[in-house]
Design a protein around this ligand. Sequence first.
Ligand SMILES: C[S@@+](CC[C@H](N)C(=O)[O-])C[C@H]1O[C@@H](n2cnc3c(N)ncnc32)[C@H](O)[C@@H]1O
Length: 263
Amino acid sequence: MMLVEGLRGLAQRYPALIALLAQLAATVLLAVIVLLANYIADWRFAWLTAGLLQGLIAACIGRWLGLSRWWWWLNLAFVPALLAFGGAPLPSWVFLLVFLTLLLLNWNSFGERVPLYLTGAQGTQLLTDILVQQPEPLRFIDLGCGPAGPLLALARQFPEGRFVGVETAPLSYLLALLRSLFQHNCSIRYQSLWRTDLAGFNVVYCFLSPAPMLALWQKACAEMQPGSLFVSNTFAVPDVPADRQLDLHDWRDSSLLLWRIPG
Ligand SMILES: C[S@@+](CC[C@H](N)C(=O)[O-])C[C@H]1O[C@@H](n2cnc3c(N)ncnc32)[C@H](O)[C@@H]1O
């Protein structure tokens, strides 16, 4: 159980590593299944069936280990796609395109040690419940907004509030920008969260990784008004207990951690 907990922790920081592990474990399991089926029932799998089964097992293991939903689809499709297109003369630019897409989405995995994973529906609902209780006017920022799903959902729910997302992964930024074009109270900036002045915001939200939390908390304390709200999805500030913790009851067992900025 300790091992699984450790791997789940790693899934937040190094999802590609956990995905690789899920693929390897699924391949081993599939080999056992194929051997047993052959031995007991003299049953042979077609290549593509075996590939689909491997993909399904890998996707389930990855999810169990805490990978987000879009990794489910990647894990599911990886080996079947290799088998389906292995013999096909796929132009090399397709592989380059896939690689570049992943790179441009996960740009901050390397420098900032923050990959892309998304706040789910429960998280967004809980944020809505929190914002309802905040004094108006709402000035909300998502530090590292990704493709801005939760940010836009909140902006729609609170048309009187002002919602800002900052993002430096190029493809996530572009997606967020395009999606926000018709949401009048939401704006997206291509800007590092470290270069963003937090003084104008009364709710700061982040879903990052353990790496930046202490420095980010210090920045929030230095810039935000006393009494305003700092919310982190999942990741705690070392040695600063949260004022409130709201469990999400999701498959990751994650929670929203809330701090009031001290005076
Ligand atoms: C885990 S995702 C969270 C996405 C979104 N906030 C959500 O909850 O669905 C973290 C995002 O932070 C971005 N990020 C990491 N470091 C950043 C930085 N220094 N400045 C701006 N964005 C950053 C990453 O590119 C990634 O898209």
